[in-house]
Design a protein around this ligand. Structure first.
Ligand code: ZN
Length: 315
């Protein structure tokens, strides 16, 4: 049955694409934003969705291709997400093999669809994925978690502005202005995190999975992940003992676990060394759904900053 349904959706998608390319001779395809109907944007997962919403404002309607509650690493796109790509004026995503299904859908998108791999933005320099444990790093063994560094989030903003402006040229002024606003907000966040993470007695963050490499790198910290780059990697008891020993050596007094991952491994390590546990969010899920309705990228990053400031005993 699912085979038949997939075929039907693909045929429908192909018809839509054919319909779109049929309009290729029109003067301004995809300029819906100024005509009243919002520009349709498909964003690969939450941090990209947040950027698209901030830059797009009321001119866009953003859908996330990663269904709520589904782990974004290596997501399998469902029929609804494939339809969203087919219907999108612009598709924004992170490439390099972060979500291969998204990249396949992007490759199949019609000529009328603007697509942007935000990892190609100027200023993005990928770090090596944490050694050993990770089973799903990017191509070339790189770490995908760029969104946890506000400086790298800001580096992606111009590409979001460009993509939306290409899809909706009449809205370009609005995208540029909102792009400047979100850049300022990200710069302010970076400044605040910088001061919160200064003069820390402990400089090692023990985390549930290796999501915090870019954040650690930005603010002079080191991460000690309990699992690898992917949350699916489960460490052995011997590995947990090694992590606990390294954490103890680094003077760790708080072991962090992630909002959406079970805290048991963090609790095991923490009890081994007499540390507390606290929460961090890797922002791989929409915090409005996973944490609370008023939460977004900025509020959760600020909360992460407060918890790190306290857990690492910073100035
Ligand atoms: Zn991750």
């Amino acid at each position: 049955v699912s085979q038949i349904r997939t075929t039907v959706v693909l045929v429908a998608a192909a018809a839509l694409v054919a319909g779109l390319s049929g309009c290729a001779g029109d003067p301004a395809p995809g300029a819906e934003g100024s005509d009243g109907a919002p520009v349709q944007v498909a964003a690969s997962f939450y941090p990209v969705q947040w950027l698209a919403e901030q830059v797009g404002g009321p001119a866009v309607e953003v859908v996330s291709l990663t269904p709520e509650g589904v782990e974004p690493h290596d997501v399998a796109l469902d029929a609804g997400s494939l339809e969203a790509v087919a219907a999108a004026d612009a598709v924004l995503y992170l490439g390099a093999g972060f979500q291969p299904d998204v990249e396949r859908a992007v490759a199949d998108a019609g000529d009328g669809t603007v697509t942007a791999d935000l990892l190609q933005a100027e200023g993005i320099e990928l770090l090596a994925a944490d050694a050993g444990l990770g089973k799903e790093p990017l191509q070339g063994g790189k770490d995908p978690h760029v969104w946890l560094d506000p400086v790298l989030m800001a580096a992606m903003v111009p590409d979001v502005v460009d993509a939306l402006s290409e899809a909706d040229p009449d809205g370009a002024d609005g995208y540029r202005q909102r792009g400047e606003q979100v850049t300022s907000a990200l710069e302010e966040l970076d400044g605040d995190l910088g001061s919160q993470l200064t003069d820390c007695e402990v400089t090692t963050i023990v985390t549930s999975h290796a999501a915090f490499g870019y954040l650690a790198d930005r603010y002079g910290l080191e991460q000690l992940p309990i699992a690898g780059v992917s949350p699916d990697d489960q460490p052995s008891a011997a590995t947990l003992k090694e992590i606990a020993a390294a954490a103890s050596e680094a003077g760790v007094t708080t072991v962090f676990f992630e909002d959406v991952l079970p805290p048991d491994l963090a609790e095991t390590v923490a009890s081994e060394i007499g540390a507390d546990v606290d929460l961090l969010s890797a922002l791989e899920f929409d915090p409005a759904a996973s944490i609370g309705p008023d939460e977004d990228y900025l509020s959760v990053m600020r909360d992460n900053g407060r918890r790190l400031n306290s857990g690492l005993t910073c100035a």
